[in-house]
Design a protein around this ligand. Structure first.
Ligand code: HEM
Length: 123
């Protein structure tokens, strides 16, 4: 029988998304090149961004959360995110998914979503 559950459910729901984004953000901040985006930012601002990332992912994967943050293009415009940054980001997503045991189909669905917003993030 085909799995008709939402991607949100297949990923493991809210707690799984929190675990995923916690690990991912830690990796991004520790990355030699990407770390610059989080340098000198207060813990409160980073916590707010983390919550918005959770809400965003929960929303776009079919959970019942409302995303109240800004659009991807607006919130990343002018950051100077280049293609190496993007590739590193995607590698960290893959590594985090591997560490947390995200299924192959679910990982591919997440990567497909990222690909669909790439042009907005790099605008
Ligand atoms: C190399 C890629 C990326 C970098 C370097 C990056 C960096 C950042 C930074 C520094 C912020 C904080 C902006 C601020 O507080 O003013 C932010 C916000 C955010 N990012 Fe990213 N980001 C990247 C890709 C993505 C992707 C792929 C997603 C979605 C899956 C995403 C989702 C968000 C969300 C939801 C916010 C909060 C928006 C808001 O404040 O309203 N980001 N990002």
């Amino acid at each position: 029988m085909p799995d008709t559950r939402s991607l949100y459910e297949r990923l493991g729901g809210y707690d799984a998304i929190v675990a995923f984004t916690t690990a991912l953000l830690g990796r991004l901040q520790a990355d030699d090149k990407l770390g610059r985006f989080w340098e000198n930012r207060g813990a409160d601002g980073v916590a707010r961004e983390h919550q918005l990332l959770i809400d965003y992912l929960a929303n776009v994967t079919g959970g019942h959360m409302v995303y109240t943050g800004r659009e991807m293009r607006t919130s990343h415009k002018g950051m100077g995110i280049d293609s190496e940054d993007w590739d590193r980001f995607v590698q960290h997503v893959g590594a985090t998914a591997g560490e947390l045991g995200v299924g192959e189909a679910e990982g591919a669905d997440v990567l497909a979503h990222l690909d669909s917003i790439k042009a907005d993030i790099m605008a």
